[in-house]
Design a protein around this ligand. Structure first.
Ligand code: FES
Length: 104
């Protein structure tokens, strides 16, 4: 079975926003930045579990809505001086459709 899960057309994810994918391994936030790059992270801030999907996306980062820590979308790591890391997942766009790899 393919590890790739079809999420939605890229256009269904707002620029500088996110869409939550509910999976059996937990909620995953799929982000789209201003350059139409997509990233996927577990929808839990490494600080106290805030919903990163509701944060503010800028560049390749998201600011957590609860206490404002900045998380790098590529790595899932908190920006120094904060520490912590949330799980990242691979995503790809095929013919305008976003796919998520749950095994990555
Ligand atoms: S829960 Fe994200 S900054 Fe505190």
């Amino acid at each position: 079975m393919s590890p790739w899960l079809r999420v939605c057309p890229l256009d269904d994810i707002p620029r500088l926003g996110a869409r939550v994918v509910h999976t059996e391994i937990g909620d995953i936030a799929v982000f789209r930045n201003a350059e139409d790059e997509v990233f996927a992270l577990a929808d839990r801030c490494p600080h106290r579990g805030g919903p990163l999907s509701q944060g503010i996306v800028f560049d390749r980062r998201v600011a957590c809505p609860l206490h404002g820590r900045t998380i790098h979308l590529e790595s899932g790591e908190a920006q120094a001086p904060d520490d912590g890391c949330t799980r990242k997942y691979r995503v790809r766009i095929e013919k305008g459709v976003v796919h998520l790899n749950l095994q990555s």
